[in-house]
Design a protein. Structure first.
Length: 516
């Protein structure tokens, strides 16, 4: 079978694009292709704000995303993905339930053991200088000292009363899904929507201040204005930095002065702003109010470039492994023009031979494997499914007892514990491995995993397939559980090989439910 196909979603909007010529979208249409889509929904009927929490609780991916962009529809949004900003203005009406209000941020800062640089940053951007203030006290420090206090335990009063209240510093909560269940559920739900790891930072900015310099990010950003108001300025990407693979450094105001400002407006509570990867932005609070916003992110390293990088690295490694002559030393050529020419000619031939090999079955297998590697990476990075997203009782249908009952024949069928695929398959030599998210940490997405390193010591979430389990059985299992059907295990000829053991392991870890 081929690797699982992704379902159509907002981010797949190729068919809906105006610009089907495969370029960056800067067609000569008077610059309109890059103008943001602004939806004035100040007088529109909106869904009940409380539904935000409910969709996340249930893990209803389409409903949660549609709530975020309402009253805009997902098909229209899809036409903007990757090419233009989108803003929905809701006129100061709360839209995101009780999530990440100032009160919730205060609780997240006070509860548990937050650490500077890990769970929280304190920042400022004053007179063009961006600083980090990740420490409880400045005693004994020069103003210009480098910040070296990453990891110090946060004193909530120092952050909220002194830094935020008196010094007007900004506070950024980093990946709050680790300590806030509601955020965990939102991200787990959005990951189902995007089929890509999602992240979250929450920004709290006092009145009359700015916490960050102009910059662009390597992710698609969904800015949800929760409380207060903030002025956002969004600039066209630099010509040679569209769809960047890494975030930018901090720019000076002079550096971005040449870029067209495509959006300059104040976000109020309930508003939504989408910024494609690479679009430069800065945001500031006026003297009238503070601001709390959350930025949800996705699509980090989720492009054909990333798959090709994996494919070509693997191809090169395998070619070099298989050809001893490629590993032999060059004979010195610096002072011998003829030898130098011969070496270059030999290299050119090798490159052409390498390229032609990529065209056959080897190339097809490489791209298949690269795509499956990205799927495996997603399984490793995504949030562990919260209990409220599970399709059946965790206690009754998964774990050691349920696995033992399946093994003994007391239970006969299995089904996915979540909507969609509960694991992905990566076929490699010497073994095929299944990847699942059921033992992940909640902050996997902020750890950037490129490719899947089989030598990685952390084997959680990986199940090695016994060598006597054939590929077709695996595909049959995945296809059945992905479509939501229960697969009859009792009737299969599982005793011929270790297939039953494999399924029991998936029940034990919680990916599959064992049914009567
Ligand atoms: O609020 C700010 O100063 C910047 C926020 C930002 O860069 C973001 O939310 O991505």
């Amino acid at each position: 079978m081929s690797t699982p196909r992704k379902r159509a979603r907002a981010g797949d909007g190729a068919g809906a694009r105006d610009d089907d010529d495969g370029d960056d979208g800067d067609d000569d249409d008077g610059g309109d292709a890059r103008r943001p889509l602004v939806v004035d929904a100040r007088d529109a009927t909106l869904p009940d704000a409380a539904l935000w929490d409910e969709h996340a609780e249930r893990g209803d991916a389409d409903a949660l995303f549609e709530h975020a962009i309402a009253p805009l529809d997902a098909a229209t949004f899809a036409t903007c993905v990757d090419r233009r900003a989108v803003c929905v203005k809701r006129g100061g009406r709360a839209h995101y339930g009780s999530w990440m209000t100032m009160e919730a941020v205060t609780r997240a800062t006070r509860d548990g053991e937050a650490r500077y640089g890990v769970d929280l940053d304190v920042t400022s951007y004053v007179d063009g200088v961006r600083r980090t203030h990740n420490r409880n006290s400045d005693a004994g420090r020069e103003a210009d000292d480098e910040d070296d206090d990453v990891g110090e335990l946060v004193d909530a009063d120092a952050v909220l009363t002194r830094r935020f209240g008196e010094e007007r510093r900004s506070v950024r909560l980093l990946h709050p899904q680790t300590r806030c269940d509601a955020t965990w559920k939102i991200l787990a739900t959005l990951e189902r929507y995007f089929e890509c790891a999602c992240g979250c930072n929450v920004y709290v900015t006092p009145a009359s201040s700015q916490g960050f310099a102009p910059h662009y990010d390597d992710i698609d950003a969904f800015v949800l204005q929760i409380e207060g108001a903030k002025r956002w300025r969004v600039y066209e990407p630099f010509e040679d930095e569209t769809h960047p693979r890494t975030s930018s450094r901090n720019f000076t105001q002079e550096e971005i002065a040449t870029q067209r400002v495509v959006f300059d407006d104040v976000l109020e509570a309930g508003d939504f702003l989408y910024l494609p990867r690479g679009w430069i932005h800065q945001a500031e609070c006026s003297s009238s109010t503070h601001s709390v916003h959350a930025t949800l992110s996705t699509n980090q390293s989720n492009a054909p470039a990333d798959a090709l990088e994996i494919a070509l690295n693997n191809a090169l490694a395998s070619t070099i492994d298989g050809r001893a002559e490629l590993r032999r030393s060059f004979v010195s050529t610096l002072n011998d023009e003829r030898r130098r020419d011969a070496a270059l000619e030999g290299l050119g031939e090798e490159l052409r031979a390498f390229a032609s090999e990529l065209q056959g079955d080897f190339g097809a297998a490489l791209v298949e494997h690269a795509y499956a590697s990205l799927e495996a990476r997603f399984m490793m990075q995504r949030c562990p499914p919260p209990d409220s997203h599970l399709l059946r009782s965790k206690a009754r249908c998964t774990g050691d007892v349920a696995a033992a009952e399946l093994r003994s024949g007391a239970r006969t069928r299995v089904a996915s514990q979540i909507e969609g695929a509960p694991f992905s398959i990566l076929r490699e030599s010497p073994a095929t491995t299944l990847f699942h998210p059921f033992q992940n940490r909640r902050d996997g997405a902020h750890v950037r995993v490129l490719g899947v390193d089989s030598a990685d010591e952390d084997r959680l979430g990986r199940v090695v397939v016994p060598s006597d389990v054939d590929d077709e059985r695996l595909d049959e299992l995945l296809d059945a559980v992905r479509s939501g059907d229960a697969l009859e295990i009792a009737k299969t000829n599982f005793r011929e090989n270790n297939f039953l053991e494999l399924v029991c392991e998936l029940v034990r870890c919680g990916a599959l439910a064992a049914l009567d």
